[in-house]
Design a protein around this ligand. Structure first.
Ligand code: CDP
Length: 230
């Protein structure tokens, strides 16, 4: 196998990207990078410092804070990333509904995207990675060795996300989750910088009728076949 392989997995919220990307990374012993977690950690910082007001962000103050803190990853025994803020894991803190509700506001700012791009490039410098997100195949790694685009209907995605969240947020309603996903989809697709688009050279997989393991097998087969051909 060639030295370094980049696998890009993009798609809308709750299309199964992170679960699938983790399993693919594990199979090949590549590093899994959840790029959404970086945007989520920045949203956490913005909320904690009261920088999101009436639907807008104080970007200058936020960049200033980012320049004075460190967002890093450590990797567990399965090579999956744990995101850390100044050395402390914020994995649980960044998964709340409040963060989900605000993260697209952060992700639409070009200054923030530039900051995140540097982290994404640095982390993939010398290793094979599976990275998931919205713009991995289009902007971050346009020359990725493999590009996949995962999709599923809004109802399938919303029910997956609701099932995930309802154990920690008991009062959360399905319709609130669906509304949040629709709002985020709209923002992610229509934003000016690095919108969510399916690059022409990506392989589209719709998981409406597929189990997680079936999607993982499809992706692994494609990568293994290609690697054998090379
Ligand atoms: O887990 P979920 O699919 O809901 O979202 P995520 O992957 O954690 O990403 C959270 C948000 O970060 C997305 O709604 C996007 O607005 C943004 N994002 C992005 O703009 N570009 C990426 N490469 C990854 C995430």
């Amino acid at each position: 196998m060639k030295k370094k392989v980049i696998v890009a997995i993009d798609g809308p919220s709750s299309s199964g990207k992170s679960t699938i990307a983790k399993l693919v990374a594990k199979h090949f012993n590549f590093t899994y990078v959840d790029s959404g977690s970086i945007y989520r950690a920045i949203t956490y910082i913005a909320i904690k410092n009261n920088l999101i007001k009436t639907g807008d962000i104080d970007v200058v103050s936020l960049i200033d804070l980012l320049n004075n803190c460190s967002i890093s990853f450590s990797f567990n025994s399965d090579n999956q990333n744990i995101i850390k803020l100044d050395g402390v894991s914020v994995e649980n803190e960044i998964r709340t509904f409040e963060i989900s509700n605000n993260v697209s506001l952060i992700a639409e700012k070009n200054e923030i995207r530039k900051y995140v791009l540097k982290i994404q490039k640095d982390i993939s410098n010398n290793k094979s990675v599976v990275m998931d997100g919205r713009d991995i195949g289009s902007v971050v790694f346009p020359n990725a060795d493999f590009k996949f685009f995962l999709d599923a209907s809004i109802d399938v995605r919303a029910s997956r996300r609701w099932n995930e969240l309802k154990s920690i947020e008991k009062d959360l309603k399905f319709k609130e989750v669906k509304k949040d996903l629709l709002k985020r989809d709209k923002k992610d697709v229509n934003r000016k910088y690095s919108p969510l688009i399916r690059s022409k050279d990506s392989i589209l997989i719709n998981s409406n009728e597929l189990e997680i393991s079936e999607v993982v097998d499809i992706i692994i087969d494609i990568i293994e076949t290609e690697i054998k051909i090379k």
